[in-house]
Structures are given as C-alpha cells and as structure tokens.
Design a protein around this ligand. Structure first.
Ligand code: BTN
Length: 322
C-alpha cells in the first residue's frame, strides 16, 4: 500500500494530491494514508502536507528500492519479476542463490544498499558501504552447457561497461576476464556462481558491484590505490537507480544477443573494450603464476598467453596484473 501511495504521488509530481483523492483511489482511510506518508518520509521521501490541500512529493531519496528501479525500466526479463530489496544484507549473491534454488524465474533481481559479507572473485571481500555503491545479483537460467558459463561474465562486462559509458561518460576498460577499470583502477567487479548438472545449467547467479558514489575514504585503506568510483572519476554524483536500470537494460540486450547468436558477436566488442590484450601481463592462477604476452581470447573466453619460450598457454581463470 505504501508503494501505491508513492506511485500516486509520483504520477502527480509537481502538484498536490488531496487526501480524499488518495482515499478514494486506494480505498483506505485517512489515518492509514498518514501512516504510509510517515513511513515514506522515514524511507527518505520528502512529502509536503498542506491542511485542506493534500500531499505533494518534493524530493526522492537516492535509493535502489523496487519503486525507484522500476520507474521507466524497459526490460522484458531483467528486474521484471520479483525484486528483493535489502537495506542491509550479508550478500545479495547468497539471497539470489537461495531464490534460484527455490525455482524463481529468470531475471529475478536482488539488490542491497549495503552488504556486510559482500564477496568478490577468489573469495575476496567486496567493500559494500551503505548507499554508496550498486550491489546486485541476477538469477539467470540460460539453456547452455555449463562450460559456456564463463562467457556470461564477459557478456556482463561488455554490457556494464557500455551502460557506465552512456550514463556517466566514464570509459571503463575491461581487464580479463571481467573487471572494469577506469584509469587503471577497479570501478566494477562481476562474479558468477553456478548451480549445474553435468550437461545443463540449473541456474546461475550473476553478481555485480559498481563503485558509484564512494569517496576515497569510503574504501578500506588497502584498496585506496587500486579502487576508484564513478564519482571520483567524474566529480559528479551518480543517480544509482538510473544507472541500475541502464545496466539491466544493457545486460538484457547483450545476454539475448549471446543466447541467440553465440559468443562471437560479444567477443568482438569485448576485445575492442579490453585493456589487457596485446600487452605483457602477469597472471596468477590458484597454483601458479605466469608471465607472457596476452595474445588473444578464444571462443570459450579463455586467455591465450604467449610464454617467453614461444609456447602458447591457455588459461581459463586467473587474476591479471598489468
Ligand atoms: C570481483 O571480485 O571482481 C567480483 C565482485 C562481485 C561483487 C558483487 S556485489 C553484489 C554481489 N554480492 C556479492 O557478495 N558479490 C557480488
């Protein structure tokens, strides 16, 4: 009901809506309306109340709640089913996995204002301060072989880099396999957690963390030299809900392209945006470090590394240092 009151106020933005009108169209009492108005104010919405005139929405908070994300969202699947929204949660990935296990529909979105146990690739902590970043997880059910799933994170890296570019002007480059960097510092990380059988994917949780409005002091000291945010890069505050919508729309576009046409189309865009190809790199895998020339990416998304002895090494995962 709170959402319905908000929708009505938004529909009449710039004007007052009388208490009577709200009562009539939502079939609730004046006391109930007042309670919802108070609850919305607690959520950060600025609402003016004038006796005998009504209510007017005068300010919208920077929140990632379903009402804000859905406003003008033009996707067919991503974020169109249930959106699970948390003010604080250990990890959106964890919730998405539970929902995936319960059989939720593809495109189910989990989003949080803060994560207390955000996780990055290779078990690292993902810094997730309240109201600063975008922390989201999407449940996907692609009809592909589990071996192709690494490609999804590369699809996502292209999609999110494009959305960030369009919305903020920040030209983020992709570091293999799916880190987004601005001026050499990490601005967005992407992860994929797979639940599969031998030959089919049950579901996949795609996680994304975008450093949106962090200031340098919002990052832990040990990350300050290697992480940046869109706000640090541009000097402007990011409208997080708008960027989230752009990311969902862009991801749906590239994901559909990948499902329909295969990895080829996406791979060429990935290569154009890459900052870790045709250059010397060091790569740390779980049990070994490699140095060489990042020569190419193959059709499965694996990195082809030319070793100093001329041999080619194929790597399917690892951490690249440039
Ligand atoms: C990386 O290490 O680069 C991947 C980072 C992924 C972070 C996101 S934030 C939302 C989702 N929840 C998590 O705990 N991790 C992912």
């Amino acid at each position: 009901m709170k959402e319905a009151v908000l929708r009505l106020l938004k529909k009449n933005r710039g004007a007052y809506v009388s208490g009577e009108e709200i009562c009539k169209s939502l079939q609730v009492t004046r006391t109930a309306i007042w309670k919802h108005i108070q609850a919305l104010r607690e959520d950060g919405y600025e609402i003016e109340a004038r006796p005998r005139v009504g209510y007017q929405l005068t300010g919208t908070p920077d929140r990632l709640n379903p009402e804000e994300i859905r406003e003008g969202l033009s996707t067919r699947i991503m974020g169109q089913n249930k959106i699970f929204y948390y003010s604080t949660i250990s990890s959106t990935n964890k919730i998405a996995q539970e929902e995936g296990q319960r059989g939720c529909a593809e495109g189910t979105l989990v989003v949080a204002e803060e994560q207390t146990g955000g996780r990055g690739r290779l078990g690292r902590v993902w810094s997730s301060p309240r109201y600063k970043g975008i922390f989201l997880s999407l449940v996907l059910r692609p009809l592909v072989n589990p071996a192709q799933v690494a490609q999804v994170t590369m699809v996502a890296s292209v999609a999110l880099a494009m959305a960030i570019r369009t919305e903020t002007g920040v030209v983020a480059g992709i570091k293999w396999p799916n880190d987004l960097l601005a001026h050499g510092k990490k601005v967005c990380g992407i992860s994929a957690d797979l639940n599969a059988e031998m030959d089919r994917v049950n579901y996949l949780v795609l996680g994304a963390g975008i450093n949106a409005n962090q200031q340098p002091e919002d990052f832990p000291v040990e990350l300050r030299d290697t992480a940046t945010s869109l706000k640090i890069e541009t000097g402007r505050r990011v409208d997080r809900a708008k960027l989230t919508r752009a990311c969902l729309e862009s991801f749906e576009h590239w994901y559909t392209l990948w499902l329909d046409g295969g990895f080829g189309t996406v791979l060429s865009s990935w290569k154009e945006m890459s900052v870790s190809l045709n250059c010397p790199v060091r790569i740390h895998t779980l049990n070994k470090s490699w140095e060489g020339w990042a020569e190419d990416i193959d059709v499965d998304g694996a990195l082809l590394l030319r070793l100093p002895n001329g041999e080619m090494q194929r790597l399917v995962s690892g951490e690249v240092s440039l």
